[in-house]
Design a protein around this ligand. Structure first.
Ligand code: ARG
Length: 469
């Protein structure tokens, strides 16, 4: 058993059950690099303000760097009795460099230390998520550009409604992911605030220089209120909220891929490398990857609810409940990144069955609205035209034909206004390309949307170089 940092006050050893129950090392050990970087900055600040001697700071910094290397080599022992990563590092430092180690925690508490570590971790991971989102938007734009001629049925109520460009459908996801990117970027502004120096809750009696620490750690500002600094987890909740919305989008896309790959739709085929088989049915090719993305969204929503619930009744300032923030946060970061990576690699390899899509957009009376619009162009009111086309559809269903398969003289029985020019407006291409209202599916508009997205992405990628972390 290791000696406790608070031993002075206690006359009894901590119960083993309590040690195991309160320990968070299994979860928070992944913060080690941030903890060490934060401690080094703290040391430099303590030396600069003459709170500790320069010589001690040097010893502490080289000791901390060695611990980092040891952890990375796997030469580090974890032990429940040392609770968390902060105590592990401090305790190892004491073993390695002796008495100087006891000065590291001057003007600092684990309460502001853990807040710092999580903020450093999350700002880095938010940047990673943003980079992946940009990568996926890139993939969608490329797909939309290369498949610009593909027409598919658009749906409402999961019933065929009107033909749209597949590219228009893909660009709808681009818009969702663009909003997600904005949400993560916005949250980053509030994560990127330096809490160290708030100490336990009230600030410290030492003449610290928080701005210097912030500068060393590349934070644009320091937190304003010490009580808030150690009890605020809004930035995590915001990340989980942005992640939840993002997972809603990824899950909707998964649902569509699952439906589209079924024999009933037959619009796409998963590449073999991204599909799975059945242990009993030899013919099966299952979309498990998409199903897991859809399923994993639940874990992310759960993380958001767990943080909200954990925080809602906490009196100020720090409470140990807050230790429970890390597991849901880390899981969410891992899940969102994994799902984005899967899509980035899967989407370019999807088999798109252009002929099936075309056939589907040419049957099921998707041109009914256009026939009504045609009658309006010939002087009929829209409501009257709606009724007229409704009767024509009903007749066509009875005849087992599509509207465009009815003879002109049959069509004329529904309205005398229908002429021979009607057939040219009832093709999927004509229907798509006449939808020229801003944001519509006409090819020219979708091409413009793709161009605008490309420009946006070039600008945003400038801030995020590597798209394939
Ligand atoms: N492991 C703790 C956490 O994650 C660190 C802070 C502990 N502070 C305390 N006063 N016990 O929240």
């Amino acid at each position: 058993m290791s000696e406790k940092l608070w031993d002075g006050r206690f006359s009894e050893e901590t119960d083993k059950l309590v040690e195991a129950f309160t320990s968070s090392i299994e979860v928070d050990k992944r913060l080690y690099a941030y903890d060490i970087e934060g401690s080094i900055a703290h040391c430099k600040m303590l030396a600069k303000t003459a709170i500790i001697p320069e010589g001690d700071a040097k010893i502490l910094i080289s000791g901390l760097l060695k611990i980092k290397a040891d952890i990375e080599k796997g030469d580090f022992r974890y032990d429940d009795s040392l609770e968390d990563i902060h105590m592990h590092i401090e305790s190892r430092l004491a073993g390695d460099v002796g008495k100087a180690a006891h000065k590291l925690h001057t003007a600092r508490s684990r309460n502001d230390q853990v807040a710092l570590d999580v903020r450093m971790y999350l700002r880095k991971e938010t940047e990673n998520v943003i980079r992946l989102l940009i990568g996926l938007r890139h993939v969608l734009v490329e797909l939309a550009e290369s498949r610009i001629r593909v027409i598919m049925p658009g749906y409402t109520h999961l019933q065929r409604a009107q033909p749209v460009l597949l590219s228009h459908h893909l660009m709808a996801y681009y818009e969702m992911l663009k909003r997600d990117t904005e949400r993560f970027r916005d949250g980053l502004k509030r994560t990127d605030v330096m809490p160290l120096g708030s100490a336990a809750l009230a600030g410290t009696t030492y003449p610290i220089d928080r701005e210097y620490t912030a500068e060393l750690l590349d934070f644009p500002k320091v937190s304003a209120n010490s009580i808030d600094s150690v009890s605020d987890r809004d930035f995590i909740i915001e990340f989980l909220s942005a992640s939840s919305i993002c997972m809603v989008h990824l899950s909707r896309m998964a649902e569509e891929l699952i439906l589209w790959s079924s024999a009933e739709f037959g619009f796409i085929e998963f590449p073999d490398a991204f599909a799975t088989g059945s242990s009993i049915m030899p013919q099966k090719k299952n979309p498990d990857v998409a199903e897991l993305i859809r399923g994993k969204s639940g874990q992310v929503f759960g993380s958001l609810i767990s943080l909200l619930t954990m925080m809602k009744s906490l009196p100020l300032a720090y409470n140990r409940d807050m230790q429970e923030d890390k597991k849901p946060l880390f899981e969410t970061v891992d899940t969102v990144k994994a799902c984005l990576k899967i899509y980035i690699n899967l989407l370019p390899k999807l088999g798109i069955k252009i002929e099936t899509l075309r056939r589907a957009s040419n049957s099921g009376y998707l041109n009914a609205t256009d026939l009504a619009d045609y009658l309006v162009s010939k002087g009929m009111s829209f409501r009257e035209a709606h009724g007229c086309v409704g009767r024509a559809v009903s007749h066509a269903i009875a005849e087992n034909k599509e509207l465009h398969e009815l003879e002109l003289d049959v069509l004329k029985t529904f309205s005398e206004r229908i002429e021979g020019d009607v057939f040219s407006i009832l093709t999927p291409e004509a229907m798509v390309n006449r939808r020229l209202s801003t944001g519509g599916t006409a090819t020219s508009l979708v091409r413009n949307a793709i161009k605008a997205a490309e420009t946006e992405l070039i600008k945003e990628s400038g801030q995020s170089e590597d798209l394939t972390i």
